[in-house]
Design a protein around this ligand. Structure first.
Ligand code: SF4
Length: 469
């Protein structure tokens, strides 16, 4: 077990956040002044904040401290602990002691890749990526007027549950009846709120789950209702995250194309059929190719595909092969996600040290980034998830200035988002990011589909009050 005794400070969360970069599920024992982690090797560390504001970690008769510019206490604690754990475990998470979900924000604050690498111990290639991506986020954000409202419509159902899924999602193979009811309630919520929306709609994103999980008729009814009720003008960016290729039919593509929707996400995650079957995704690489071909034929001119690095059954070569196949299809957007590997939970230090898969995924992701940049793609938004496997990030790439504005609005927490459906989060942004007046207020819908359907009217009213509509 890993035990860290806190001395001269009470930075439990900062300490646990750094431990989480190395091992899962740290626990804070505030009465005992400790953070400990059972899923880790036997290591004892004393994390001491000295009166001069320097944090020193003592372990195995050694002292770990950063011998450069001094930072605020929380950062000092993280930095010295990161140094101790990298030395004691041999693991070197690429984002250094940065534990937040938005490395681009910190990169923009430092405005120097070198500074980011030095102060936060971030690997130089990641520091450069964060700064480049952060600058793109700023450039793209300027295309979304702060006075506009951005709309999210959530469909938390999928044809089957992927083995790695951690989202709020219901397996419709068990809830077919509920899917139709959900559509009705979603349309009702849109009808209740739409007359009150007195702001221009800047972007609209339909996501999931799998929005194309409906049958052709219900899907068309939903899309038509969205356009009948919401004032979507010709400059509004509309994106439908179709997701699973096997749910995409020509009739559904036509339902979207009839409203001049031109952006769609067709997400294979991998182009390896063996992996797809093991993951319970119930589609093949050929389904992806067919869906992309149909979408192109119907006039969709921005297609995004998501891929996942670190899938349980895949090697680095599989990831590179998937990326190559998608690049060859000349897609406008490719988003590279990294997966949290739960099996790390039961690993001993010996397992971790012997397991070179983490390093392989890291190298493969770097190689995929290089392939994308050589093919003309640019990173334009990025985020990290807590407990992301291998300490890696998720990065969206685009080419030809086709970035998805909604993604940037959502990820940067810099624009208002009104969310319809179960599980969605609406948010209002006050003041400009990085100013004293900046703050974000959030209003959640119900995550439970049944509860959402029972309280649709009440939930719509709550959102109307939240936005003062
Ligand atoms: S498609 Fe996405 S939301 Fe649906 S089950 Fe798979 S991972 Fe979960």
């Amino acid at each position: 077990m890993l035990k860290i005794l806190l001395k001269g400070h009470d930075k439990y969360y900062a300490t646990a956040d750094v431990v989480r970069l190395f091992f899962p599920s740290p626990v804070e024992d505030k009465e005992g002044g400790m953070v400990f982690c059972k899923n880790a090797p036997d290591i004892e560390i004393v994390s001491e904040l000295t009166p001069s504001g320097r944090c020193i970690c003592h372990a195995n008769g050694k002292e770990y401290f950063f011998d450069g510019r001094s930072e605020e206490a929380g950062r000092e604690v993280k930095r010295s602990l990161y140094m101790a754990l990298t030395d004691l475990t041999g693991i070197r998470p690429p984002w250094g002691c940065l534990t937040g979900i938005r490395p681009t924000l910190v990169a923009l604050q430092t405005d120097s890749a070198e500074d980011l690498a030095e102060r936060y111990l971030v690997r130089p290639d990641k520091a450069a990526l964060a700064l480049k991506t952060g600058r793109e986020e700023v450039r793209i954000l300027q295309k979304i007027a702060p006075a506009d409202i951005n709309i999210y419509i959530g469909i938390p159902f999928c044809p089957s549950r992927c083995e790695y899924c951690s989202f709020v999602s219901s397996d419709i193979s068990h809830h077919m009846g509920r899917l139709k009811d959900y559509k009705e309630h979603l349309i009702e919520e849109i009808r209740l709120l739409s007359p009150k929306i007195n702001r221009r709609i800047g972007t609209l994103y339909m996501g999931g789950g799998t929005p194309t999980v409906f049958d052709d008729e219900d899907f068309k009814e939903l899309i038509d209702a969205v356009y009948e009720n919401l004032a979507i003008d010709k400059d509004c960016e509309v994106t439908v995250e179709a997701g699973r290729p096997d749910t995409i039919t020509r009739a559904k593509l036509k339902a979207m194309a009839d409203h001049e929707i031109r952006r769609i996400c067709i997400n294979p995650q991998t182009m390896n059929d063996v992996t797809l079957a093991k993951l319970n995704r119930r589609h093949t690489a050929q389904d992806t190719l067919r869906a992309i071909e149909d979408a192109r034929e119907m006039g969709f001119d921005v297609i995004n595909s998501d891929i996942i690095a670190g899938l349980k059954y895949e090697t680095a070569d599989d990831l590179i092969d998937t990326a190559k196949k998608l690049i060859d299809l000349d897609l406008e957007n490719i988003t590279v996600h990294t997966l949290y590997k739960k099996r790390r939970a039961s690993m001993s230090l010996a397992d971790v040290m012997a397991n070179d898969a983490a390093g392989d995924v890291d190298k493969a992701v770097s190689e995929v980034y290089l392939m994308l940049e050589e093919a003309g793609y640019r990173p334009y938004y990025m985020y990290k998830q807590k407990d992301t496997g291998h300490g890696l990030e998720n990065t969206g790439f685009e080419k030809g200035d086709t970035a998805c504005l909604y993604n940037v609005a959502m990820m940067t927490d810099a624009r208002d988002v009104l969310s319809f459906g179960a599980g969605g989060m609406s948010k209002r942004v006050f003041g400009q990011v990085d100013t004293a007046k900046y703050r974000v207020e959030r209003c959640s819908s119900s995550k439970d589909v049944l509860d959402y359907m029972m309280r649709t009217e009440e939930i719509a009213k709550k959102k109307a009050d939240f936005f003062e509509l």
